[in-house]
Structures are given as C-alpha cells and as structure tokens.
Design a protein around this ligand. Structure first.
Ligand SMILES: [Zn+2]
Length: 130
C-alpha cells in the first residue's frame, strides 16, 4: 500500500465520518435504496471516499434494481476482489486496492459486455464531474 497510515485504525477513525468508517473499515452495508449515488446519472468519475483513488466511470453505471449503485466494470487495476463467506455463502467482496477500503460485492449477473455487477455502497464513493 502506498501510504503506511492506511494500515492504522486510528488514522481512519480521524479521517472518516462514523458512517464511512463503518462501511469502509468495518465492512458494514448501507441500507438499500438509501445511498446518495443510487440514481445519479451525471457524467463523471467515482473515487474511493477513503483515499481518493478513481474506481468507476459513470459510463459503466447502470440501474440494476438492487438498491445500491451498480457498475458493469471498474477502472483498471484499482479494485481488489476477495472471497467472502461472512453470510454463509460465497460472495466476492470488492476493496479499494490502494487503501483496502470495503466497497461492496461483485456478482456475475451484470449486463454485457462484462456480465459483471459491481454493487457498491454510496458511502464508499465520492463523485466528481469529468
Ligand atoms: Zn481507497
């Protein structure tokens, strides 16, 4: 990781809001259909709200109906995928590869061309227009 502070829980407690801390560092999930970016359609880039790394382009955002912002592709090499058995079934967790922040999960029922559905907490994202 680029920044040694990213491994320290105290760094994140000070840097993040309580809500961001619970999702990014404790892997909680925001309430479905509550996120501020769910229906956002503007053109721009979604960055990690923990470290500012670019994660998703608005060109890949689609309405999945699942209750969280969904994308069919991530910006290259900015996301790590990890197996997650936390609810008793296998899911693929997605994390910011720069700071290790929890973003959400990726599923294989997305639209073409990738067939992927990156299901992401709005709290983990920070949108900026292009
Ligand atoms: Zn990050």
């Amino acid at each position: 990781m680029a920044n040694k502070n990213y491994e320290k829980i105290q760094y994140w407690r000070e840097k993040l809001t309580d809500e961001q801390f619970r999702v990014l560092r404790l892997k909680e999930t925001e309430v479905p259909f509550s996120g501020k970016y769910l229906d956002k359609k503007e053109e721009g880039i979604y960055y990690c709200s923990g470290c500012g790394s670019p994660l998703f382009d608005s060109d890949t955002k689609f309405n999945s109906g699942c209750g969280w912002p969904s994308f069919f592709a991530a910006i290259n090499d900015t996301i790590d995928v990890k197996q997650d058995y936390s609810i008793g079934m296998l899911r693929e967790e997605i994390l910011c590869s720069q700071c290790g922040g929890h973003l959400g999960h990726v599923f294989n029922d997305g639209p073409k061309p990738t067939g992927k559905r990156y299901c992401v907490n709005s709290i983990s994202l920070n949108f900026k227009t292009k």
